[in-house]
Write a protein that binds this ligand. Sequence first.
Ligand SMILES: [Zn+2]
Length: 283
Amino acid sequence: MPELPEVQTLVDDLKALGTIGQRIEAVKVLWPSLLAGTGPDEFCRHLRGQVIKGIRRRGKYIVWTMGKNCYLVVHLRMSGHFFFAGTGKPRARHVHILFQLADGRWLAYQDTRKFGRFYLVSDPGIVVGKLGPEPLDKRLTASRLGRMLAKRHRRIKPLLLDQTFIAGLGNIYTDEALWEASIHPLTLACNLAADDVPRLLRAIRKVLRQGIRNRGTSLGKGLNNFSNLERRAGGNAGGLKVYRRSGRPCPRCGTLIERMVVAQRSTHVCPACQQEPDPLSKC
Ligand SMILES: [Zn+2]
């Protein structure tokens, strides 16, 4: 599933490849159930002729600013991504929504699982208003994160995956950040020590920045996996320390990485670096 670095890579590409300022000449919806709350005719009629004024990321969402009171908010869910299909009639499998820009290029939305969602709204807050803070935002200080964690009686991994607590983390970068910070995923948030919190925040930022620098994580070559606007895989898989590395040595201490299941999610830990909490611990 695309997480913050993968969505950021797409947003950076959309900007770098000259999408902003382009008028949308045509819209084709081949799979209407990707649209949330709008029928395909209304969706196409509203977007045709709009100029793309801005594109930004919020959590794992892409927010497109169009005309006045018109925003397109997209969540890629399991396997969604955009790519430029050139100026010819696009022919590619699993392409479900197409936008033709004023310069003739077709921007294609491809999604093998078809779980992605397109929201056409008058205010992006309708979709992204309940998200927690951005982990790379300087306003999220260690003391603010510490106050947020102290109130929560949940295990740290599912809490970090909760988009209303902090926005943008998914399974890969959560496992990587917890390993980086030497915190076990089952630790109760309210039991984290004072010095755990700044270390955790630094670790989250380190793994996200590495993911952005490497232009996302692609775990394989199939269409289910992340690829950027030019249909190239991200380069971050080789930089992962624990995710999907069970049975291989921890890069820090050499102990073999183990896989466990936390809140129904596959989870990867170093049993030496990340000490399991006492199962009876409370706070
Ligand atoms: Zn280790």
